[in-house]
Design a binder for this molecule. Structure first.
Ligand code: NAD
Length: 349
C-alpha cells in the first residue's frame, strides 16, 4: 500500500504539533497548513528534530479557498485532521464574529475544497464544551448538546455541518461518502517527553496547567482557584485532564477506524477523548508541588459564571470502537509540563 498522506490544519499549534510527531512516527507523510495566528514555525522545526523526518509546511489560512485548493492539488492527501481554530472561551464572548468566521466558515471552506478534491476522510477537533447540562458529571456521547459560549457553539455548529454532509451522502448514495470522526477532547495538558514541544500560550494562559507551570517558575505571581464551595470532596472544580500524547494517539486510532470496515459505508461519529478520571484543582496543585518540589502560590477566588462543579468523560466508546486507551497518569502529565516549562521558560521564543 502507498504511504498515506495526512493534511493537518493547525499543525503548528499545541495539539497539532504533537499529532505531527505521532503521525510521522507511525509512518504517515504529513502536510501542515497553518496561518501561524497562534503558533510559531519553530514548533515544526522541533517536530522534525524529534522524529528525524521531514514534513511539508504551508503558511496559509483555511479560509483562503484558492490557496487551499492549490495545496490539495499539489499534495493529494488522503485524510485531513482539522485542528485549525481559535480556542479562547473569554475571547469568543468578546468577539463572537471572529470565532464563527474563523472556526465555522473556515471549516466550510475546508470541506468544500476537500469535496472538490474528493478527499472525504476527516478527523475533527471537537470539544467537551459542546455538551449541555446533564444529571451526571460523567459525559457520554449521546448526552444532550448545549454549548454555553460562542467558542463551544462554533464547535457544535461544525459538528452539525459535518453530520449533515455525511447524511446527505447517504441520501444521495454517494460513491465515496464522507468518513468523519468528531473527537471531543476533555482537558489536554502535558507535553512531549523530549521537552522540545509543548503548549506555548500567548500572554496570560487561559488554562489551569500552563498557568500553574508559570506560577511555579516565577513568571506569574499567583494562581486564582475559582470557587472552593462546589459540592466536590475538596470544594474545588473537578475536570478530566488528558495527556496530549495520549490524546493525539486517539487521532491515529481514529484514522485507522475510518480506513476500516467500520466506516465502509461512510458516516460521522463522535468519540470522547478523556481519561474517565476527574481531578480537582487542588489535586492538580498538589501533584505539581509533589513533582516539582516547589510550593504553588494560590488564592481562593469567587466561582466563575458558567463553570460546572464536575465534568469528566465516559471514554468507553473510543475504547471499544477505536481500540484506544490512555497510557499516562497525572504525574506524567505534570512532569512533562514541568520539563517543557523549565527547558523553554519563554516558550518557542
Ligand atoms: N487545548 C485545548 O484545551 C482544547 C480542548 C478542546 C478542543 N481543542 C481544539 O483543538 C484544536 C487545537 O487546539 P490547540 O490547543 O492545539 O490550539 P492552538 O491555538 O495551539 O492550535 C491551533 C492552530 O490553528 C492555527 N489556526 C487558527 N486559525 C487558523 C486558520 N484560519 N487557518 C489556518 N490556521 C489556523 C493556529 O495558528 C494554531 O497553530 C482547536 O480546534 C481547539 O479548539 C483544544
Amino acid at each position: 500500500m502507498n504511504k498515506q498522506k495526512v493534511l493537518v490544519t493547525g499543525g503548528a499549534g499545541y495539539i497539532g504539533s504533537h499529532a505531527c510527531v505521532e503521525l510521522l512516527e507511525a509512518g504517515f507523510d504529513v502536510v501542515v497548513v497553518d496561518n501561524l495566528a497562534n503558533s510559531k514555525p519553530e514548533s515544526l522545526a522541533r517536530v522534525q528534530r524529534i522524529t528525524g523526518k521531514t514534513l511539508a509546511f504551508y503558511q496559509a489560512d483555511i479560509r483562503d479557498q484558492a490557496a487551499l485548493t492549490a495545496i490539495f492539488a499539489k499534495e493529494t492527501p488522503t485524510t485531513v485532521i482539522h485542528f485549525a481554530g481559535l480556542k479562547a472561551v473569554g475571547e469568543s464572548c468578546q468577539q463572537p464574529q471572529l470565532y464563527y468566521h474563523n472556526n465555522v466558515y473556515g471549516t466550510l471552506v475546508l470541506t468544500e475544497v476537500m469535496a472538490e478534491a474528493n478527499v472525504k476522510q476527516l478527523v475533527f477537533s471537537s470539544s467537551a464544551t459542546v455538551y449541555g447540562e446533564s444529571e451526571s458529571p460523567q459525559y457520554s456521547e449521546h448526552f444532550p448538546l448545549g454549548a454555553i459560549n460562542p467558542y463551544g457553539r462554533s464547535k457544535a455548529m461544525i459538528e452539525d455541518i459535518l453530520r449533515d454532509l455525511s447524511t446527505a451522502d447517504t441520501l444521495n448514495q454517494a460513491p465515496n461518502p464522507w468518513k468523519i470522526a468528531l473527537l471531543r477532547y476533555f482537558n489536554p495538558i502535558g507535553a512531549h517527553q523530549s521537552g522540545l514541544i509543548g503548549e506555548d500560550p500567548n500572554g496570560i494562559p487561559n488554562n489551569l496547567m500552563p498557568y500553574v507551570a508559570q506560577v511555579a517558575i516565577g513568571k506569574l505571581p499567583q494562581l486564582s482557584v475559582f470557587g472552593d464551595d462546589y459540592p466536590t470532596p475538596d470544594g474545588t472544580g473537578i475536570r478530566d485532564y488528558i495527556h496530549v500524547v495520549d490524546l493525539v494517539k486517539g487521532h491515529i486510532k481514529a484514522i485507522a477506524a475510518l480506513n476500516s470496515d467500520k466506516f465502509l459505508a461512510g458516516g460521522c461519529k463522535a468519540y470522547n477523548l478523556g481519561t474517565g478520571q476527574g481531578y480537582s484543582v487542588l489535586e492538580i496543585i498538589q501533584a505539581f508541588e509533589r513533582v516539582t518540589e516547589k510550593p504553588i502560590n494560590y488564592k481562593i477566588s469567587p466561582r466563575r459564571a458558567g463553570d460546572l462543579a464536575e465534568c469528566f468523560a465516559n471514554p468507553n466508546l473510543a475504547r471499544q470502537e477505536l481500540n484506544w486507551k490512555v497510557e499516562k497518569n497525572l504525574d506524567d502529565m505534570v512532569a512533562d509540563t514541568w520539563n517543557w516549562q523549565t527547558k523553554n521558560p519563554r516558550g518557542y521564543d
